[in-house]
Design a protein around this ligand. Structure first.
Ligand code: FAD
Length: 477
């Protein structure tokens, strides 16, 4: 007889393990299927966590270099790649090991393998230690995540890496080409630049971080221009040839002095694709769109009523915290609660230096959609705390509805912006008004004051930004 479960969760990333854990907390009988020894998914093994461990070290290297300006010189750092990799791997195994413990404590049954639907109530399991099995279920949550997009036509080469290969940190290439100016390319490119690689970044569109407000990107671009060899915008990689001396890359773009260049390594970071094709979804009524995302409603239910899907496999933004939040909605729906996935905003953070973070309506989106907004900007050059950190290259901006004075969106660039955006999320989610932010006393001296002062800018009353009053018109009689 086939094994059975009330709920099976397929994939143990931040969507899947959050779902399985909550299901157990709600006393649902739950099985979690994933090939890894412990939960974690891309985020913990090959994404958010290893990249942030490396970015932490990159920031340290950068700050140590910068410290000479403050009278403290450390000299040129020596990089022990094996120890650095060891640090990153320890962080990953500590966290995933902890999740393994939590899985046991919650009595979630973890089956190591991959799952495939044979019908709407049965899975075929390919077990990691060999053999196959079947599992019958009442409800399923698909949380199989995504994988890096490859560029067709590029040769198979050990020197052409995707984000997973980049994070493996096999070594520090002398000359690295990063293809793709999205957040993954910028984060990994920053790591390698700090470790000593001569990094060239290529982005097909005319700006880094396509879609993000330009005033938020500018301070980052300025700093990256110093850290990198070259940043080539509106430029495409059209061919790569493996040669003895390295990878010969042919570029196509407007301002190129020479189209052919040679690199030791090419890191491709041009987006991610959902893992939906090998799941046997065709044996259920679930629908997959032309990009491969599983179609779900606001409760994360697919067209097959007992099958739900969450995380990267259902669409943008492909972010861990979105996956975990969707997990709650799917599980609570299965448990019979009345819930829906309707966040007012989903924050995004680029963990470069400076960090870029935003949530809710952006200025770019407001323009595109013809929404009338007022933008209140507070430059970090006017922040005492930013000065003490010698990091005044930041900006805090609020996107405000001029009629209701409600905060619709928040954008931040600067050191630690990723932490600061949480206040913006709360403001947008709670439908806070600019006056709420203005009247909330923020601790001094902190970067969080820039949120309060941006609200003060909206009212023309920022303590640290002087706005000359408009001359009053002389009365005419
Ligand atoms: P995943 O984490 O992708 O997990 C899916 C799991 O399902 C995997 O373990 C996979 O092996 C398993 N699986 C797949 N098919 C099957 C099957 N048939 N049967 C069983 N198991 C299966 N997001 C952030 O929010 N912040 C960041 O800073 C951040 N940084 C990133 C940096 C990098 C370099 C990358 C690549 C990604 C980053 N992300 C970040 C994105 C984040 O990793 C994903 O959004 C998140 O992991 C998605 O979670 P998920 O649960 O949908 O799936």
């Amino acid at each position: 007889m086939a094994d059975s479960a009330k709920l099976v969760v397929i994939g143990a990333g931040p969507g899947g393990y959050a779902a399985a854990f909550l299901a157990a907390d709600l006393d649902l009988d739950v099985v979690l299927v994933d090939p890894e020894e412990n939960p974690g998914g891309v985020c913990l093994y090959r994404g958010c966590i290893p990249s942030k461990a490396l970015l932490h070290v990159a920031k340290l290297i950068d700050e140590a270099d910068h410290a000479a300006d403050w009278g403290v010189a450390f000299g040129k750092p020596t990089i022990d790649v094996d120890r650095l990799r060891g640090f990153k791997d320890r962080v990953v195994s500590k966290l995933t090991g902890g999740l393994g413990q939590l899985t046991k404590q919650r009595k979630v049954r973890h089956i190591r393998g991959t799952a495939r639907f044979t019908d709407a109530n049965r899975l075929e399991l390919d077990l990691v230690d060999g053999g196959t099995d079947t599992l019958d279920f009442e409800h399923a949550i698909v949380a199989t995540g995504s994988h890096p997009t490859a560029i067709p036509g590029f040769p198979e080469s050990e020197r052409i890496l995707d984000s997973t290969g980049g994070l493996d940190l096999a070594g520090v290439p002398k000359k690295l080409l990063v293809v793709g100016g999205g957040y993954i390319g910028l984060e990994l490119g920053s790591v390698y630049a700090a470790l000593g690689s001569k990094v060239t970044m290529v982005e097909m569109t005319d700006g880094l971080l396509p879609g993000v407000d330009r005033d938020l990107v500018r301070p980052l671009q300025k700093r990256l221009e110093k850290a990198c060899e070259e940043i080539l915008l509106s430029t495409k990689v059209v061919a790569i040839k493996e040669q003895k001396a390295g990878l010969k890359v042919t570029l196509e773009g407007d301002d190129l002095d020479k189209p052919d260049r040679t690199y030791d390594t090419v890191l491709v970071a041009v987006g991610r694709r959902p893992n939906s094709s090998d799941l046997g979804l065709e044996n259920t009524a679930a629908v997959v769109d032309e990009q491969g995302f599983i179609t779900v409603d606001e409760r994360l239910r697919t067209a097959q009523p007992n099958v739900f899907a969450i995380g990267d496999v259902v669409g943008q933004p492909m972010l861990a915290h979105k996956a975990s939040h969707e997990a709650r909605v799917a599980v609570e729906t299965i448990a019979g609660h009345k819930v829906a996935f309707e966040p007012a905003c989903i924050p995004a953070v680029v963990f470069t230096d400076p960090e870029v973070a935003w949530c809710g309506l952006t200025e770019t989106e407001a323009k595109e959609r013809g929404i009338d907004v007022q933008v209140a900007r507070f430059p970090w050059a006017a922040s005492g705390r930013a000065m003490t950190l010698d990091r005044d290259d930041g900006v805090t901006k609020l996107i405000i509805d001029p009629e209701t004075e409600r905060i619709l969106g928040v954008g931040l660039t600067g050191a630690g912006a990723g932490e600061l955006i949480a206040e913006g999320v709360l403001a947008v989610e709670m439908a806070a008004l600019a006056s709420d932010l203005k009247l909330s006393i923020h601790p001094h001296p902190t970067l969080s004051e820039t949120m309060m002062e941006a609200a003060e800018v909206f009212f023309g009353q920022s303590t640290h930004v002087y706005r000359p009053k408009r001359a009053k018109k002389a009365k005419t009689s």
